[in-house]
Design a protein around this ligand. Structure first.
Ligand SMILES: [Zn+2]
Length: 489
């Protein structure tokens, strides 16, 4: 797969999907009208739904988002077969809260999962749960520690499996502490994409005729950057230095003032992981095709957050709320259901994914979901624009921001904050001081969003998140009293 050219991947993917979607119809001259006419598989049946979250993948490192190095032939082909959202934003810049937003359709302040000592409260209604209630088979496969069921994100899945080599899905008791330790150590160096596809293929062998919801978390783009050498060679063949992609956050050679050539190499190592994962994506789509379920699927690819390389002084993620960590890919493809070749400029957010998928599947959206069903945009109809609310708890302070297509305000609760004119300064280089009516308008927009998110939280009827440690202590106590039979019960 590594040697497959961009054109071949596109052709293979399009051909597989098209042929199965078109059934016996002769090919029409215009591929898009063919998609529209032919329909995706059996239209009387609810669609299969495949949601892929590629950890740490920033949108602007994909070909379909304008990146020059060839990181993403498969994702580019997917984008051409459906809709690509140009301005899709996460709710934050790290894994746990953004996946909670993806699964609940709620902003971080509302779902409450904003600290790594917390787990999602079972009182939430998740995407998987809602689809299961509508008759779907549900399965999730994950490759990184924060997706572990310990943090509550397995809620609603009939089958939820760890594809990490270091942390199994059925560990319990002290699992959070182990997972947290692994996050600092071994988990970063884990390579999980190939095992994830293998496990998904095995699961596909056993699915029945009912529609399914398949969630796949692909971890390998997340640091450490340790793609196979042939991938690295592709993106930086001339590098003569000795910097590797291990220990991004701890390596003292990696800092804001590091040599330019070493930084270029670091970014090439990241790009190599993207290409490696793009090939994993091709294998995942091939597995769906082999199982006869590609034509009936809506395939969504997104990311939980991006990655920064000292654009604003930091590395990795979970440090800032600049666009390099917020702007994520969002591709939604389903030939026959969704017109092909669309680029949608409207700002959208991860909270919109749940209601959109439910809308496309014809399933009612649960009360309390804050995201919007984007189906009208996918069908070429307008929706009122909605600014993105972004949040991060950093060193005990709550940083929040509001982003529209043209401007962004970031504030840690202080009066002024940082304001960026994204039209003239898309890289957020110059924080401006705005005053008067314009400042008031942006500020009021942010305050209103935050107030609504807080009010929604108070209406949940439960605390949103609960302490993982408390749960463990409770479990151990119950076990000691003989109420539980131990792991797996
Ligand atoms: Zn992540």
């Amino acid at each position: 797969m590594a040697g497959m050219s961009r054109g071949v991947v596109r052709l293979t993917l399009a051909a597989a999907w098209l042929l199965s979607a078109m059934a016996c119809d002769p090919p029409a001259a215009d591929p898009e009208s063919t998609f529209r006419k032919s329909g995706g598989g059996d239209r009387t049946r609810a669609p299969d739904i495949v949601l892929v979250s590629i950890d740490s993948l920033r949108a602007d490192h994909l070909g379909c988002y304008g990146y020059e190095p060839e990181t993403s032939p498969t994702l580019d082909a997917l984008a051409e077969l459906g809709a690509r959202f140009e301005n899709a934003m996460s709710t934050t810049s790290w894994t746990l809260p953004s996946h909670a937003a993806l699964f609940t359709g709620m902003f971080d302040t509302t779902h409450g999962l904003v600290d790594n000592g917390l787990r999602l409260h079972p009182g939430h209604t998740t995407l998987a749960e809602t689809l299961r209630g509508a008759g779907y088979q549900t399965a999730g496969f994950f490759g990184g520690p924060y997706l572990h069921p310990t943090f509550g994100l397995g809620q609603g899945f009939d089958f939820y499996r760890s594809c990490m080599t270091r942390i199994a899905s059925d560990v319990s008791g002290a699992d959070v502490r182990d997972a947290a330790r692994a996050e600092d150590g071994g988990a970063h160096a884990d390579v999980t994409g190939p095992e994830t596809v293998r496990a998904v293929s095995e699961w596909l062998d056993g699915v029945d005729e009912r529609p399914f919801f398949l969630f796949v978390h692909l971890w390998d783009v997340h640091y450490d950057y340790i793609a196979p050498p042939e991938y690295v060679q592709r993106f930086d063949p001339d590098y003569a230095g000795d910097l590797d992609g291990l220990d991004l956050m701890g390596n003292p050679r990696i800092h804001a003032g590091m040599a330019k050539r070493d930084l270029e190499h670091l970014i090439a190592l990241y790009d190599a992981e993207i290409r490696f994962t793009d090939d994993v994506m091709a294998q995942l789509l091939a597995a769906l095709e082999r199982a006869g379920r590609l034509a009936s699927s809506i395939v969504v690819v997104t990311a939980d957050h991006g990655e920064e390389f000292f654009e604003h002084g930091s590395r990795g993620h979970a440090q800032t709320l600049f666009d390099e960590v917020l702007r994520v890919p969002l591709l939604i493809s389903s030939p026959g259901r969704i017109p092909a070749g669309q680029v949608i400029e409207d700002p959208v957010q991860l909270v919109d994914v749940m209601p959109t998928l439910l809308g496309l599947a014809g399933v009612s959206i649960p009360a309390g979901v804050q995201g919007r069903d984007l189906t009208p945009l996918l069908m070429g109809e307008p929706l009122p624009t909605e600014p993105a609310l972004v949040e991060l708890r950093l060193d005990g302070r709550n940083v929040s921001g509001l982003r529209t297509r043209s401007e962004k305000l970031l504030t840690a609760g202080d009066q002024r904050g940082m304001w960026f004119d994204l039209n003239s300064d898309p890289r957020e280089r110059r924080a401006l001081r705005i005053q008067g009516q314009r400042a008031n308008r942006v500020r009021e927009g942010l305050d209103q969003k935050l107030e609504e998110a807080l009010a929604a939280r108070s209406e949940l009827g439960h605390p949103g998140a609960e302490e993982v440690g408390l749960m463990d202590a409770l479990r151990e106590r119950l076990e000691s009293l003989g109420y539980l039979e131990g792991p797996g019960s």
